[in-house]
Design a protein around this ligand. Structure first.
Ligand code: ADP
Ligand code: MG
Length: 589
């Protein structure tokens, strides 16, 4: 059965195919061509800004690199445009790689500022190089020749351009619906969670950055052969801002938002350029003022852009991935029962003058549930962050199955079999429960961007989704797997995090207050699942405030207070301890 979305896509392609042969005025064909050229760039921005959360004002510069590479090579060296497009990729890709490497480590507002800086620099560079004709640019670029057909009219050029736009859109949509796509989405909410799932967040950011630059580059290549001339002005900061504006107006989180934004802004700009001078008298770039006001309005009242409005009115499609016949993923060899899995040796964490964790030592053995309890602020979550590499140790050592892991990055520790949940749930609200959970299996797959765009990752994707479903079933959340994670109540969100952690096939599972927000039934179910996991040889370190749950479930308990280990013992010993009672009642002891 065909779903509405696929039908809309087919209808859209049919309209595109017919447009140039219908008696549409040349003016609108030209407009459509500009919209297509801009859409290519904005698709890149959707991936970069909307999905990965990296704001760039500098995309126009990458368009310029693509355009100038094509123009220069065809004009001076008579190289075929079908080769210069690749040369453009090499030049733009190299520049993006270097810029990304330097700037993507910046956080907060520094990155957008950096994009403005290099956007301006490249503009002035293009305008000052003699061999690129300075501000006059390069003239007389030949039209593209497509298997003997010269694309020297708007109508012929239209077909090549829009074929590429449709291909880029489908590629981007495929990418978002993949292992790498999930990692890209995860990066937006900060590095901690994706790194804990084994995602190399810096690498993901650089990859998206380069990909967005390549989309801009191909637009530039087309642009050069469409206009038949290049000069620096369409590649300046103004245009960089306009691209971002298109993305925001259309809907920065959606691939189709790119098309919509490019269309709306281009048509609006054209109309405003006609009407505003008539209304206001004289000439000037009045439309920039209207754009500014519009941008503020969109950000204020329609953060997700126009596409979000449309999407909300379309039927929500469940992705048709049938993974029933997928083979199970290979599993890690389990340590023998009783082996020391985690050895925490005199770990210490100081935040300035505050000693959050004070030379704490304990061990967790295979097939054992160890509770870590203590009043608020005792240092339990910080201990988790030390074990999982989220925070660097001030002193001390941590080893996993005998291997020191104290100085490893979070994702390297994850790769060795440590998986965790967070006290404050960290998820991607706009993704389904299933997709969120599948992110936990990131390290059990290996397919990258190209495979995802070309849909060569389906066998692996089926395996990953099957694993996600299996873990959701195990935790009793199977029924809500196609819901958006953000729509769940807090309790189920916590369970979802556990399923996600289990997807990594861990040796050691760290749960930070998993029962907070759960109802009694859910707590009982959780206990049963954790017992079953222990039976399968998994080791669990559990921070929890619900004492009934802790006492009923754990083999041993470590009690912390003010960063220091108070005592360690069986649940009975801990319950009988006067020092523990004093700590919980807050009295001196
Ligand atoms: P618990 O999880 O046991 O409630 P935490 O480990 O979250 O306690 O916190 C232990 C102490 O360390 C608290 O006093 C807390 O304020 C402090 N702390 C935790 N994280 C940081 C941080 N990133 N910077 C400074 N102080 C912190
Ligand atoms: Mg805590």
């Amino acid at each position: 059965m065909m779903n509405t979305r696929r039908l809309s896509l087919i209808a859209f392609v049919a309209v595109l195919a017919l447009l140039p042969v219908l008696p549409v005025p040349e003016f609108w064909i030209t407009q459509a061509n500009y919209i297509g050229l801009y859409t290519l760039v904005v698709i890149g921005l959707v991936l970069l800004t909307g999905i990965a959360g990296l704001t760039s004002f500098g995309q126009a510069a990458f368009v310029g690199l693509g355009a100038y590479t094509a123009a220069y090579l065809t004009l001076t060296h008579h190289i075929s445009p079908w080769l210069t497009v690749w040369a453009g990729f090499v030049v733009t890709g190299a520049v993006a790689l270097i810029l990304g490497w330097v700037t993507l480590r910046m956080s907060g507002h520094y990155l957008p500022l950096a994009t403005i800086a290099w956007g301006l620099s490249l503009f002035y560079l293009l305008g000052n190089l003699d061999f690129l004709g300075k501000y006059d640019g390069l003239l007389g670029i030949p039209a593209l020749d497509f298997f003997g057909i010269t694309l020297n009219t708007g109508r012929t050029f239209f077909y090549l351009l829009w074929a590429l736009v449709v291909l880029a859109s489908i590629g981007a949509i495929n990418l978002l619906d993949s292992r790498t796509g999930r990692a890209m989405r995860a990066v937006k909410g900060g590095a901690t969670m994706p790194e804990a799932m084994g995602v190399d967040t810096f690498r993901v950011k650089v990859t998206v950055f380069v990909l967005a630059a390549l989309l801009a580059s191909v637009s530039g290549w087309l642009f050069a052969h469409f206009q038949r001339t290049v000069n620096p002005s369409p590649f300046g900061l103004n245009m960089g801002i306009e691209y971002l504006f298109m993305a925001v107006v259309g809907g920065v989180g959606h691939v189709w938002g790119a098309l919509l934004g490019a269309g709306v802004v281009q048509i609006l700009k054209d109309q405003l350029q006609v009407w505003l001078p008539k209304l206001l008298g004289g000439s000037g770039n009045y439309e920039m003022i209207v754009f500014g006001v519009l941008l503020v309005l969109v950000l204020q009242y329609a953060r997700d852009g126009i596409w979000a409005f449309i999407e909300a009115r379309l039927p929500r499609v469940q992705r048709k991935v049938d993974w029933t016949s997928a083979t199970a993923l290979p599993e890690r060899a389990k340590p023998p029962h009783g082996e020391v899995v985690l050895d925490v040796n005199k770990v210490r964490k100081e935040f300035g003058g505050l000693v959050a964790v004070n030379d704490v030592s304990f061990q967790v053995r295979a097939g054992e549930i160890v509770g870590l309890i203590g009043p608020n602020g005792a240092g339990k979550s910080t201990t988790f962050n030390l074990v999982t590499g989220v925070l660097p140790l001030t002193r001390g050592a941590v080893s996993l199955r005998g291997e020191p892991i104290g100085s490893l990055a979070s994702r390297e520790i994850a790769r060795r079999g440590v998986s965790r949940t967070f006290q404050h749930v960290k998820m991607i609200p706009g993704m389904t429960v299933l997709e969120n959970v599948a992110l936990g299996a990131h390290l059990r797959g290996g397919k990258g961007v190209a495979a995802a765009m070309l849909r060569l990752d389906r066998a692996e994707e089926r395996q990953l989704l099957k694993e996600a479903e299996t873990q959701l079933k195990r935790i009793g959340m199977h029924a809500s797997m196609h819901e958006l994670a953000g729509n769940l109540a807090l309790g189920p969100q916590r369970l979802m995090e556990i399923a996600r952690a289990l997807c990594a096939d861990p040796t050691l599972l760290l749960l930070d207050e998993p029962a907070a927000g759960l109802r009694l039934k859910e707590k009982q179910a959780l206990s049963a699942v954790l017992r079953q996991l222990r039976g399968e040889g998994l080791s669990i370190l559990l921070v929890e405030h619900d004492m009934d749950l802790v006492m009923g479930l754990t083999d041993r308990i470590v009690v912390m207070e003010f960063g220091t280990k108070l005592i360690e013992g069986t649940p009975e010993e801990v319950q009988a301890s006067p020092a523990v009672r004093a700590a919980y009642l807050g009295t001196e002891h």
